[in-house]
Design a protein around this ligand. Structure first.
Ligand code: PEP
Ligand code: MN
Length: 362
């Protein structure tokens, strides 16, 4: 599966920029936003026509009516458009209307039957497709949806990381959980990966920092919600950027290169990596020595019939190590997390030792 050649225009421009309103609301709105974005280096305009909403009663998009607006704005401005499809009928109507790119939303990607039906309706077309991550952080489900679309013969394909639903209210509307997308990229390296910081953030003030984060992680593109009058938007009003805010963000974003063709740079990098390798060997050797002492303590506790876990000792470690971390310019919370792992392993080892004596194996 990983060998399917992808010749998407998505991978020819980096970062590939998709922007536009959450929902198509009127022809004027689409014209204003597409016209504004055309001069901002945007490659593709997004606009939702059918909106899968969490609760009934919310604005669900205007369907075919808004497809007509897109058709005329697309012609007038000469920009390609992308819309979300959530049913095979949407695919048919979108293709009839000449929509350039389709995407599967997070609430569709979670449902393999639906993805399969949509994939079958794509068969025989060559329309580029984007697949958003499922609402839950399951890499296999995301990969499965991409594979279904690939199997339908679609070769112009990209994945969109829009974050994941979590129960605990947190900083983000949808927790980014970057490592899930990194895992996706490792398993499907030939699929361009875009970020949708708007749906991660849930509020416009956080969109630029998340967009920058994605570029720093070498994402291939960005999908950003932009509305001519964000406060008055019929869906996702809090997270859409105005046209000036989008322009401001674009002027500030720093695009870093994945790599450079410079011998001196690579030579120096290699030197530094060798230092890291040497230090890691020493670190692991020290950890081994530490573990040997832990085992001696385990033996000693066993001989004296003393419990493995000593809460005063653990409290003392939790107090002192972050302090020592600060003295060494290291993050105390990171060092606490590190010692939690080290302590877990020490307890596991000592429990093993104590139980050996119980079963009389020593
Ligand atoms: C959207 O793009 O407007 C949308 C509904 O996104 P998601 O599927 O990521 O929730
Ligand atoms: Mn939206």
């Amino acid at each position: 599966m990983n060998e399917v050649p992808v010749t998407t225009p998505f991978s020819q421009k980096k970062p590939y920029l998709i922007a536009g309103p959450c929902s198509a609301e009127s022809e004027e709105q689409l014209f204003e936003v597409a016209n504004g974005l055309k001069n901002e280096g945007v490659h593709l305009i997004r606009a939702g026509v059918w909106k899968p909403r969490t609760r009934p009663g919310a604005f669900e998009g205007l369907g075919s009516l808004s497809l007509d607006w897109i058709t005329s704005v697309r012609k007038a401005i000469g920009m390609p458009f992308a819309i979300e499809v959530a049913q095979p009928q949407h695919v048919d109507l979108a293709l009839k209307a000449g929509i350039d790119v389709l995407w599967l939303g997070a609430r569709t990607t979670v449902n393999p039957f639906l993805v399969q039906e949509i994939a079958e309706s794509l068969q025989g077309t060559k329309v580029p497709v984007m697949v958003k991550n499922p609402v839950n952080p399951e890499v296999a489900l995301w990969i499965g949806a991409v594979e279904r679309v690939l199997k339908a013969g679609i070769t112009e394909l990209a994945a969109v990381h829009r974050g994941f639903s979590v129960f605990e209210p947190g900083r983000y509307r949808n927790a980014p959980l970057w490592q899930v997308a990194i895992e996706f990229r490792q398993r499907m390296p030939q699929i361009p990966l875009f970020a949708d910081p708007s749906h991660m953030a849930g509020k416009r003030s956080m969109v630029p920092e998340l967009a920058q984060r994605a570029l720093d992680l070498d994402y291939d593109g960005l999908m950003i919600e932009v509305h001519p009058k964000p406060e008055a938007a019929l869906s996702d009003a809090a997270q859409q950027l105005s046209l000036p805010a989008f322009a401001e963000m674009m002027s500030q974003l720093v695009v870093r290169q994945a790599d450079i063709d410079n011998a001196e740079y690579h030579f120096r990098l290699q030197e530094l990596r060798e230092q890291i390798d040497r230090i890691d060997r020493e670190l692991l050797h020290l950890l081994q020595q530490r573990m040997q002492v832990v085992e001696q303590i385990g033996d000693y506790k066993r001989e004296n019939n003393v419990a493995v876990f000593q809460k005063e000792r653990w409290a003392e470690i939790l107090r002192s190590r972050p302090e020592w971390a600060s003295l060494n310019s290291l993050s105390p919370s990171w060092v606490t997390a590190l010692y939690t792992l080290i302590h877990e392993e020490s307890i596991r080892k000592q429990t093993e030792i104590v139980n050996l004596s119980k079963s009389g194996l020593d």
